[in-house]
Design a protein around this ligand. Structure first.
Ligand code: SAM
Ligand code: SF4
Length: 444
């Protein structure tokens, strides 16, 4: 067995885990293929955060069942959070599955795949110490490298499966991470995004997240640093000061709020009140003027009243996030809230969700319109998907910018004047040549 097809669902941490798996597999002599039809083994790296995510994967397994009926020797595996969440029930229920491997089993993936060719295999033991810090991920192409700095979560929000699927919080060592960042820069990446479930609670026993930001800021050849997702309760003065003082740390933070009603926040066990969250926003805005803020919101949590929902909608109008990920509450087996009666109907959840999406679109549109006429600094990523005569990249505030191709090289910073805007995209015109960074690729 040599050829593996790897498909990824869910968050950026799963994308980073797939890069880790790709590294482990390629080092063991496996080859990645682009089409499931060409593979000896198929691996789905899955997400369990909402029921919908699991249903998508179950649907996809149906496609692979058809392939397997023609080629019974094909090995089909499920990896990641859903594998951990459903564990051996997946193997019992499905005729198509040969392998179930949770997020702490990737080091032995080659061996697991070979064994699964003989009989069904499950590796779902969580490991308090596994960080994969010594392994080299096989990163995709692009200018942005996603670097996992912390695994697991200890917060146990009452709606969330992550502490059960990814286990206890542990951090990679600062030295392993700086080595990974240097290597990413050698490979041509110009930006790193640090990943963790509560990324700002990073601590390797000696160094905290502020130390990591400062050490990374000193890496030569790197242009930009971002991170996601911080927890509001872990947003220390040290982290805010490091953000403000490190020129490569971008003025942008994704800061999940979830709800602005204190009763809901308490039932969610988020460990902060809305007033405390607001204080974090004020400190960030005071230290880093113009900082872009985005958030996560859940509507329809058990017990959320009309008044609670209205408070969240009002908070979003007050704070004016640049963007927001908005979710309908999905009860997850194994979590504390799963046992609580759902008090908000699906229709009402849908209504609240749509209203918040509309409101956020209007806020994002106004904010982006306000940028027309201004100059932003864009890290060029490549040709725009929709229009091949245009280039695209992100501004410092993590807004997508498209502009006419003026020969700018991928991986360089360009000043672009914004001439038009939509709620999701800024349209600009290049106003200077490269201002930093050697070109990675010149587009011809
Ligand atoms: N660790 C991050 C944090 O605490 O903000 C993010 C974890 S999760 C992958 C991303 C988002 O999914 C959460 O911020 C939350 O808004 C949402 N989420 C998690 N569990 C959910 C559930 N059971 N139903 C709906 N949304 C959920
Ligand atoms: Fe889930 Fe809460 Fe941990 Fe985020 S902080 S991963 S929402 S338990």
């Amino acid at each position: 067995m040599k050829r593996v097809f790897l498909e990824t669902y869910g968050c950026q941490m799963n994308v980073a885990d797939s890069e880790l798996m790709a590294g482990v597999l390629e080092d063991a002599g496996f080859e990645r293929v682009e089409r499931p039809e060409d593979a000896d083994a198929i691996l789905l790296n899955t997400c369990a955060i909402r029921e919908h995510a699991e249903q998508r994967v179950l649907g996809r397994l149906g496609d692979f069942a058809r392939l397997k009926s023609k080629r019974p020797e094909l090995v089909v595996g499920v990896a990641g959070c859903m594998a951990q969440h459903l564990r051996s029930r997946l193997l019992d229920r499905s005729a198509v599955l040969d392998l179930v491997v949770g997020p702490d089993g990737y080091r032995t993936l080659p061996d697991l795949l070979r064994r699964a060719a003989g009989e069904p295999v499950a590796h779902v033991r969580l490991d308090r110490d596994e960080t994969y810090g010594d392994l080299e991920p096989r990163r995709g192409s692009g200018v942005r490298a996603w670097v996992t700095i912390q695994r697991g979560c200890d917060k146990f929000c009452t709606y969330c499966v992550v502490p059960f699927t990814r286990g206890r919080e542990r951090s990679l060592s600062l030295s392993d991470l700086i080595r990974q960042v240097r290597r990413a820069v050698e490979e041509g990446f110009r930006e790193v995004v640090f990943l963790g479930q509560t990324v700002n609670s990073y601590h390797d026993g000696t160094h905290d997240f502020a130390d990591l930001l400062r050490a990374t800021d000193a890496v030569e050849g790197l242009l930009r640093i971002r991170y996601t997702s911080p927890h509001p309760s872990d947003m220390s003065e040290r982290v805010i000061a490091a953000m403000a003082e490190c020129p490569k740390v971008m003025p942008q933070v994704h800061l999940p709020l979830q709800s602005a009603a204190d009763g809901v926040l308490e039932a969610m066990r988020r460990t902060y009140t809305y007033a405390q969250y607001l204080r974090v926003v004020e400190r960030l805005r005071a230290a880093i003027p113009g900082i872009a803020l985005s958030t996560d919101i859940i509507v329809g949590f058990p017990g959320e009243t009309d008044g609670d929902y209205e408070q969240t909608a009002a908070a979003m109008r007050d704070i004016r996030f640049d963007s927001a990920f908005l979710f309908k509450y999905s009860a997850r087996p194994g979590t504390k809230a799963f046992a609580w009666p759902e008090t908000v109907s699906e229709e009402e959840k849908g209504r609240r969700l749509t209203a918040l999406i509309d409101q956020q679109q209007r806020i994002s549109a106004t904010t982006n319109d306000g940028l027309i006429g201004q100059e932003v600094e864009v890290l060029v990523e490549g040709r725009a998907r929709r229009n091949q005569t245009q280039l695209h990249g992100k501004s410092a505030h993590f807004k997508t910018v498209v502009f006419e191709d003026d020969g700018a090289a991928v991986g360089t910073l360009h000043r672009v004047r914004i001439v038009a805007a939509t709620p999701l995209t800024l349209i600009g015109r290049a106003s200077s040549s490269a201002i930093a960074g050697p070109p990675l690729v010149t587009i011809s």
